[in-house]
Design a protein around this ligand. Structure first.
Ligand code: GLY
Ligand code: MN
Ligand code: MN
Length: 441
């Protein structure tokens, strides 16, 4: 199984144990696999397992439910999954079946998914607390309510229905926030593949190339390394770079344009998330370079805050201060630094946050604030640092040379016990490095 997941069976078992210990002996935890989704008529989107389900099982199939029952004598980790079916398997490929769930995925016991209705009420009975993700899958929410009602209907026969319903994410996402050695290996691999992919795009760039051609160069490298795009790749030339979630990727880059590429590989479920902005003709103009340098300075300022014991938000604050100071120097903002920060004037050019947790999900799970305060960084956390500047093409309050320039520089950072480790460090980052990388292509 390790080949398919990159994570050993012992680690999956350890995660389940840890979660059960956090939940307590009177709890039960219920996690459905991701449903298959229709793309059109009778074809589906490529299947992607639910990240929480994957984190606890490494089980790749749809139509499955993981049930964890801490302290249960006849087995704590139970998987409901599809039965083997030679006719279906001839069309869709092999299924693990119940035997595989136990033998290959380390479950204590496994049942056919069709027996869920029959067995689940009995497992809920006598457990006081249910941990589950409410509101993620409306169909499954209704099923769970039905099973609970089933137990409630038998109170007079002595049944004890659960009486507390808790958000599973509170416990599970705290675990997922801290990456293990095996997880970091996969994340480094996703980062390395993404570095190669960005380099391929830089080298393919030339005036007249279409955004989708550059997207193809990036994603070819992903697939060539057994990876997928972790999210819809963004390739924006010229003013398209100012559209934060630009996805059309269908314009042509003109001589003199910058191109912003925000793309990351997903390898064995783990995401990388990189942005680089480069001149399509290989040379930055002075105005482009000035803003690119400023974004780089903001990124370095944020990176200096990526240390254990410092608040997560310190990175964003440092980036905002650096950007605002630079915008004042360049004449894009006017007035006092403190005032521009306090009244949010800088948001005209920088409207997003400086990063997010990274892991199985590109915008990974985990709280950013605890009891109303920014949480403190700890070893093993991974997040992005992605400051940017975006000057609208029709902003007549600024000198014409700045208009339509959009720049973001994004890297992936691991908090260690000392200096942060930049997983995506190998990719050309500042203007000189980018020009050199492009010239070498
Ligand atoms: N690619 C999504 C992000 O940068 O957050
Ligand atoms: Mn990001
Ligand atoms: Mn990104």
């Amino acid at each position: 199984m390790k080949a398919a997941t990159g994570i050993g069976a012992a680690e999956f078992a350890r995660r389940r144990k840890q979660l059960m210990r956090m939940a307590g002996d009177d709890a039960i935890l219920v996690l459905p696999a991701a449903p298959e989704r229709i793309r059109s008529h009778d074809t589906h989107y490529p299947y992607r397992q639910d990240s929480d389900f994957w984190y606890l099982s490494g089980f790749p199939e749809p139509e499955a439910v993981l049930v964890l029952v801490p302290g249960r004598k006849h087995g704590e980790a139970l998987l409901f999954c599809r039965e083997r079916d030679p006719e279906r398997e001839a069309w869709d490929g092999p299924r693990a079946g119940q035997e595989g769930a136990v033998g290959d995925y380390g479950m204590d016991d496994a049942y056919p998914i069709d027996d869920l209705d029959e067995i689940l009420p009995g497992l809920l009975e006598g457990r006081s607390r249910v941990y589950y993700h409410f509101g993620r899958d409306a169909d499954f929410d209704l099923k769970l309510i039905g099973w609970v009602r089933h137990v409630r209907a038998q109170v007079r026969q002595g049944a004890e229905p659960p009486h507390e319903f808790l958000e599973l994410g509170h416990l599970l996402h705290e675990l997922r926030l801290f990456k293990s050695r095996d997880e970091l290996k996969l994340m480094r691999r996703a980062a390395d593949i993404s570095v190669q992919a960005h380099l391929a795009a830089m080298r393919a760039a030339r005036p007249g190339i279409h955004e989708y051609e550059l997207q193809a160069d990036v994603e070819r490298v992903f697939r060539a390394h057994d990876a997928w795009p972790a999210y819809g790749s963004i390739v924006g030339a010229g003013a398209n770079a100012c559209v934060l979630h630009y996805r059309a990727n269908n314009a042509q880059a003109r001589d003199g344009d910058l191109v912003l590429v925000d793309a990351g590989a997903e390898f064995r479920g783990y995401a990388a998330d990189i942005t680089r902005t480069f001149p399509v003709n290989g040379r930055f103009t002075p105005a482009q370079r000035a803003l690119h340098d400023l974004v780089g300075a903001a990124q370095r300022a944020a990176l200096a805050q990526a240390r254990p014991g410092l608040p997560y938000e310190a990175g964003h604050n440092a980036a905002v201060e650096t950007l605002t100071e630079g915008l004042l120097k360049l004449g894009l903002l006017k007035g006092k630094l403190e005032k521009n920060i306090a009244d949010g004037s800088y948001r005209r050019f920088y409207r997003h946050k400086t990063g997010h947790w990274l892991g199985l999900d590109v915008h990974d799970v985990g709280d950013y604030r605890i009891d109303g305060e920014s949480r403190l960084l700890e070893q093993g956390m991974v997040f992005t640092i992605e400051p940017g500047l975006y000057v609208s093409h029709d902003d007549e309050t600024v000198d014409a040379k700045w208009r339509g320039i959009g720049i973001r520089t994004e890297d992936d950072v691991l908090v260690t016990d000392g200096d942060p480790s930049v997983l995506t460090d190998a990719l050309a980052r500042n203007a000189d490095e980018i020009e050199a990388a492009m010239a070498a292509g």
